[in-house]
Design a protein around this ligand. Structure first.
Ligand code: ARG
Length: 459
């Protein structure tokens, strides 16, 4: 029998029942649901709303359910409508009358809001930890490649030389912002909604501060109608996760490019590659592509949730039950993708020689030639023009800038002298970019130290 069956004279249509049930997916909230209920029961007893004895029986009963769940021997009644009903029904089955008092001064509306907040907060912790593990993989790889010169690109055209470390550390910056966003979202998630009841709070003398304290929330909600109908915290979380996925997707796009024969900057480990069922030579970056693909799916969850919420009148509406599968799927997905990307990167072989070779073509040192002229007093615009002509001359004659004779340089401008060769060497192009934020080894080493400190391994 349904726990709300009192005002009904007829049972729900079986298919309608199946349609509206959330147990199949919200059962994963069981631990949060029980912890929330234990805190609620504790408070009810402390406030003399239920007897001390009933309070104790409820708490013991719930702890027993939790233990059974943790030992893998809990059997929930599949016909229950949702996890909240399933736990309450089981409690009453186990402890009798006292179980029926658990829901005093509470509604599933504030209960589900509580459960989702508890769930979101603990998932945020996990996603932050996994993001840090990816940062660690990026950082470890960077340390080995502070001297590994490669072309930096704009428009996917070779632009200026950087180092592989510099390129990888760009992703570390993104991840730091991602973590910051997650923690910021957590701050707004840490608001305790219990006591809001169905929508209009409660006539019982509930001690909301006590429940807040027991469940370790930062604050209690200030408006009961908002508290039961707010899913902003999930949308924020999904948006932060979408941003992580966008970053992972860009990195995976690069990994796929770098491992192609056209680039061959890296070779993925066999453990992170797949073959083709028809082409024997193939080694495909499927993991990278899947992460890129799953990004679309996570964006979909964010859009789904935004769309579910957009037309809902206050306060709770059952539409909001649709928050769960989207949130669960997005969270599960990012938690799979972060370690896959970390594993893929830390096992890849970096082919430094190809990165360097790629700098040989594409005139990545042209800016440095122009800068050299400008430092000798030629206005930068003229220096740009002169170097542009040299590049044209080189491409017509199949040469790189460093292949030109001093005479050829001087034909373009008499200002050129021997020292231009040193200035346009790849090493100089990188090491002379000493500006903070740039690729020079001196700066990159400092940045690596800062990032180590961020990860808690500072020296
Ligand atoms: N399963 C529901 C959900 O996820 C729980 C709240 C149900 N409340 C109600 N009044 N029907 O939203």
């Amino acid at each position: 029998m349904k726990l709300w069956a009192g005002r009904f004279s007829k049972s729900t249509d079986a298919f309608a029942d199946h349609f509206q049930s959330s147990l199949s997916f919200d059962k994963r909230l069981i631990v949060h649901d029980i912890k929330g209920s234990i805190a609620h029961a504790h408070m009810l007893a402390a406030q003399n709303i239920i007897s001390e004895e009933d309070g104790r029986e409820i708490e013991d009963g719930l702890s027993g359910i939790l233990e059974d769940y943790e030992d893998g021997r809990l059997e929930l009644d599949d016909s229950a409508e949702d996890i909240h009903m399933a736990v309450e029904a089981l409690l009453t089955k186990r402890i009798g009358e006292a179980g029926k008092k658990l829901h005093t001064g509470r509604s599933r509306n504030d209960q589900v809001a509580l459960d989702m907040r508890l769930y979101a907060m603990s998932e945020i912790e996990e996603i932050v930890a996994l993001s840090k593990e990816l940062m660690r993989a990026l950082l470890d790889l960077s340390k080995k490649h502070t001297d590994t010169v490669m072309p930096g690109y704009t428009h996917l055209q070779r632009a200026q030389p950087v180092t592989f470390a510099h390129h990888l550390l760009a992703y570390v910056e993104m991840l730091k912002r991602d973590i910051d966003r997650l923690l910021d979202a957590k701050r707004r998630t840490s608001v305790m909604p219990l006591g809001s009841g169905a929508l209009a709070a409660s006539t019982y003398p509930l001690n909301r501060e006590l429940v807040r304290e027991l469940l370790d929330f930062d604050a209690i909600s200030y408006n009961s109608m908002d508290a039961v109908s707010d899913r902003d915290f999930l949308i924020e979380l999904l948006s932060a996760i979408s941003m992580i996925m966008m970053h992972l997707s860009r990195l995976c796009e690069e990994i796929a490019l770098w491992s192609s024969w056209e680039f061959k900057f890296i070779e993925l480990d066999d453990a992170y590659s797949t073959g083709s069922s028809i082409m024997p030579q193939k080694k495909n970056p499927d993991m990278a592509e899947l992460v890129r693909g799953k990004t679309g799916r996570v964006y979909g969850s964010l859009m789904a949730l935004l769309t579910v919420m957009k037309g809902l009148p206050l306060s709770y509406n059952k539409d909001m039950q649709e928050d769960k599968e989207s949130a669960f799927d997005a969270i599960d997905t990012v938690k799979m993708c972060l370690p896959i990307v970390a594993g893929m990167l830390s096992t890849a072989t970096v082919i430094k020689a190809n990165m360097r070779k790629a700098c040989g073509a594409g005139f990545v040192n042209a800016t440095d030639a122009a800068d050299w002229l400008a430092k000798k007093g030629v206005p930068f615009r003229d220096a740009h023009e002169i170097t542009g002509k040299l590049v044209l001359y080189c491409s017509q004659n199949g040469k790189a800038l460093e292949d030109l004779s001093l005479e050829e340089f001087r034909q373009a401008s008499p200002v050129f002298d021997e020292s231009v060769y040193e200035a346009i060497s790849l090493e100089a192009c990188v090491s002379s970019r000493k500006v903070p934020g740039g690729p020079s080894k001196a700066y990159i080493e400092k940045l690596i130290d800062w990032n180590e400190a961020y990860l808690g391994n500072g020296n």
